[in-house]
Design a protein around this ligand. Structure first.
Ligand code: ADP
Length: 615
């Protein structure tokens, strides 16, 4: 998520594009090379949204580059369409529509399988362009005679014919591309794309339809590719068939890695390095095809030593310098605040916001005959379980008793083998975890599931967005700050889990106890009416436990919560009733006092955590 002064990057880009024709010739760049770099840069803007921001590595972008390019070139050469910009836009729309269809198939898989599907699909497009569609695409001859743009202003006509004149048109297209891409990555959708890259499982669990957002990123990347493909034809006055080759896709990936993924400008810088080396080594030094050897060494060195690429490296340096400055300022402020605090009484703990309860008055959750089998193993067997509005329920049981499996079924992470789950009177059996979270039921995980590349505030923002915007919304051009109630909800949750002072700290820099609190905060930020906490005290030091129990007591007010934990002293202090699971069945339910003295429970824990329950 880029956070900058408004329009700073846009302004700097515009200035850069204006001065480029005056500076770059002195560095040995010919206008045609600069134009090619811009076309790659525009192609890469969309690809970076897909790869850098969403984490989806596609090797099939040539399919959309070629589609947009050939549709535009066909219109301009064979169909007699005279409007170059119009043809480029139609090519872009055709590529986006193709991207939508391809995305529907490719996004059914993740990771390496997704990448392999994109390779295969690109190969299919290459074949189709060369054979069945060669009447339209010119086959191996491509489509010659693509015109350059000209605009009739009434009193005069502006021609963008070639060289630096054509540069003006391409640079303007690139600037518009940057402005749109920046709007997208700064929008709520952009924030969610980064969350999907970091932790798709949690992005789903907090209530986002990640398939819809991934498909959106795929279509955006295809649209950029399609427009850039059209520009390639305009630039060369010829639409080359190799736009469709796998090499085009591979070059885009490498250029993005060299320049820096997740930076938007990485692909442009990567293309500049690539084309400069190509021109310089091949022509000036006469290395011929061996220039790729040098490029290979540069690539390996960059990937090994500058993992964020060139732009990422520069951004890290800038952050390091400004971070040091900010830390010094913050330390001074902190010292002043600490000095003031010693003279004032401690602030009252943050109170939980009252949770709205719907008109429904029966048990908030009712599970009937819930069973989960893994092959021959029965993890949960015939569980009947009911929780009332506003109740605080504890679940205990020895390891392997089936507690986590039970929670996973209640939040619809896994489907029960048989049985029924009713939440607020509605049968939720078989729903998806996203839908259940949207209905107001979510959990915090036993093992932290955070968005590790983001800050604490950004993490909570992702969760709050799911509640405020629903599971899918295409507000691509809305600012994050424009989402009503977002800031308040995030600030409130920060205070609730006592992380306000760590709001802008990256998750990777948090202490373990803070990460556990953020884990609970992610669930809380979705404003659940029923909150499940799976071992919230797991792995904490005694001091962190005391703090977290205090925190749980404060968030428990006005909420319905079910808590699994092994720390029975803490749990019994918190909850009103306890359900004991053993070997996948409910052994007994009762008040903490009843459970402590129950002979069957003592028996179940003999040899387990007996000491704790006797305490
Ligand atoms: P608890 O949380 O009480 O320690 P779990 O719900 O994690 O217990 O596990 C209950 C039983 O189900 C265990 O025997 C465990 O090995 C088994 N189990 C849990 N998840 C799976 C799975 N995905 N595949 C097969 N067995 C599983």
């Amino acid at each position: 998520m880029l956070k900058q002064r408004p329009f700073l990057i846009e302004t700097l880009t515009a200035i850069g594009l204006i001065v480029a024709p005056f500076v770059l010739p002195h560095l040995g760049f010919a206008p045609n090379t600069v134009n090619r770099i811009l076309v790659w840069g525009l192609f890469g803007l969309g690809f970076d949204i897909l790869f850098g921001f969403t984490g989806l590595l596609s090797f099939g972008q040539s399919a959309f580059y070629g589609t947009g390019g050939f549709v535009a070139a066909y219109l301009l050469t064979r169909a007699g369409f005279g409007n170059v910009l119009g043809a480029l836009i139609i090519g872009m729309i055709a590529a986006a529509a193709t991207g939508y269809l391809v995305g529907l198939i490719a996004l059914r898989r993740t990771g390496i399988y997704f990448a392999m599907i994109t390779v295969a699909i690109a190969q299919v497009f290459f074949f189709v362009e060369f054979n069945p569609l060669s009447d339209f695409t010119g086959g191996e001859n491509g489509l010659p005679g693509v015109p350059t743009p000209s605009f009739n202003l009434g009193f005069t006509t502006i021609h963008f014919s070639n060289g630096w004149s054509l540069y003006q048109f391409i640079a303007l297209c690139y600037l518009v591309g940057v402005i749109i891409a920046l709007r997208i990555v700064r929008s709520p959708v952009g924030a969610i794309l980064s969350a999907i890259r970091d932790n798709p499982l949690r992005a789903t669990a907090v209530g986002h339809n990640i398939h819809g957002y991934k498909l959106t990123a795929f279509v955006i990347a295809a649209a950029y590719a399609g427009f850039a493909g059209g520009l390639l034809g305009v630039l060369q006055a010829f639409m080359p068939p190799d736009a469709f080759t796998f090499e085009t896709s591979g070059q885009l990936v490498m250029q993005t890695a060299i320049g820096g993924r997740g930076t938007l400008f990485g692909p442009l810088v990567g293309a500049a390095v690539w084309l400069f080396l190509q021109d310089f080594l091949q022509a000036a030094l006469g290395l011929g095809a061996a220039w790729k050897l040098v490029l290979g060494v540069v690539f390996v060195l960059l990937v090994c030593f500058l993992r964020g690429g060139i732009v990422g490296g520069i951004a890290d340096l800038y952050r390091l310098a400004s971070g040091k400055r900010k830390r010094t300022e913050a330390e001074t402020e902190q010292e002043a605040a600490d000095a003031a605090a010693t003279q004032q009484p401690a602030p009252a703990p943050m109170q939980a916001k009252e949770v709205e309860h719907p008109a429904y008055s029966g048990p908030i959750l009712k599970a009937t005959s819930l069973t989960k089998r893994y092959g021959g193993l029965v993890a949960n067997s015939d569980i009947d379980f009911s929780v009332n509005q506003g109740e605080l329920r504890g679940i205990i049981g020895p390891n392997g008793a089936g507690k986590s499996t039970f929670f996973k079924m209640l939040t619809c992470e896994i489907a029960p083998t048989s049985g029924r789950i009713v939440f607020e009177g509605r049968d939720i059996t078989g729903l998806k975890v996203t839908e259940v979270c949207q209905l107001g039921l979510t959990k915090s995980y036993q093992v932290n599931q955070l968005f590790t590349g983001l800050t604490v505030r950004q993490n909570l923002t992702i969760a709050a967005l799911a509640e405020l915007r629903g599971k899918f919304r295409l507000d691509l051009f809305r600012k994050l700050s424009g989402v009503k109630g977002l800031t308040e909800q995030v600030e409130h949750t920060l205070a609730l889990v006592n992380l306000t002072r760590r709001a802008d700290t990256p998750v990777s820099e948090l202490a373990y106890g803070e990460k556990r609190r953020l884990e609970i905060g992610l669930a809380l930020a979705t404003s659940p009416r029923l909150l499940l906490l799976d071992e919230p005290l797991a792995g904490m030091s005694p001091r962190e436990r005391v703090e977290t129990v205090k925190l749980l007591k404060s968030i428990a007010r006005g909420r319905t919560m079910i808590i699994i934990d092994h720390d029975m002293d803490s749990l019994f202090e918190l909850v009103e009733r306890v359900t004991v699971l053993q070997e996948g069945r409910v052994l007994v339910s009762g008040t903490p006092e009843e459970i402590k003295t129950n002979a069957a429970v003592q028996e179940a824990y003999l040899g387990g955590v007996h000491g704790e329950i006797a305490a």
